[in-house]
Design a protein around this ligand. Sequence first.
Ligand SMILES: [Zn+2]
Length: 396
Amino acid sequence: MITSDALAARLVGLADIGVRADGVCRLAWSEEDAATRAWFEEQAGGAGLRVARDPAGNLWACPEADPPWWGIGSHLDSVRGGGRFDGPLGVACGFAIADGVPRPVAVLSFADEEGARFNTPTFGSKALSGRLDLPGVLDRPDDAGVRLGDAMREAGVDPDGIGEAPPWLGRLSGFIEIHIDQTTELAGASEPVGVVTSLAARTRLQAHLYGRADHAGTTPRSERRDALSAAARLIVAAEEIARAHPTLTVTTSRIIAQPNAPTTIAAEVRLWIDARAPSFAAIDAWRSHLDERLRELEACSGVEIDVSVASRSDAREFSPELRRKLIRATEDVLGHAAPELVCFAGHDAGVLAERVPAAMLLVRNPTGISHSPAETVELEDAAIAAQVVARAVEAT
Ligand SMILES: [Zn+2]
């Protein structure tokens, strides 16, 4: 039986990789990312699996048996200042399951799930599903001006070969991801695990505001074209409009102002707004209302505002048959059926669900906090999740 101690022993090997006072930082294609690959290889060796890296940089720990296999896994990259369990918990559970079940199971770690460096969330699973915007995406720069394609090459993956990734998906008969709950939903229900019915639809907008740099003291109000002040009003408008849609969440998550100097009116601002809902209907209604407000804001501020879609992913339902198997397995392990829930985060399993039977099991997070060092999980709950998935895989 998979125990919490066994999972703790697996995870301890990641404890020194990219862990800082302000949280975990393992950005895609970085040195820390490479260090997690060494951990993955060690885990695979211990479970008798051989490691392969597909043309998109996803890591596969493969059994000796001929494919197709069941795939279990998650990701090892993180956001800046992230938690210890978002991603690695699912990979560690994957190795524990592959090591214990009699069926051949492959463990996967997807490249650049978080998209924190190049704004390319679920990069690896999208590449595997043939859904990347190639070659355009490879030109995206990080904050230091490094192109994604160059960062990949530096990390040992030839970006020209990404188009060869999709046939690898034929090796999987299905995929299951274990992940920490990023809400208090399971904690509030006093349930250790929950089965995800679907992932919410998501749109990430990038707004570029063009004002004019000028003296903060000598420029009369009537002559100002203040990009930062317009950005503030845009952020508030995005939230106000969202209130009309109860299931919609809107977050302005990132802002860059230039020249960002104490005595200069901001000339240029870039900001990113993330909108999620169970379907695109609410998001699109919000967006068209926001566009109206933008035109008014441009007229009164003298700031030009361009808004483009940085990324967009449709709502994704998971395999009803796999969900039934997971629910049945929770009845065996817990003595009752686990709750089902809609997940508002993007995940690799959701991307793969378009091409192969896929499912997700969430593990209770006592604080509900994620993408923060305050993120936490009880490994006893994670062990239950791993036992449930092991049973479901054995039942397929
Ligand atoms: Zn994650």
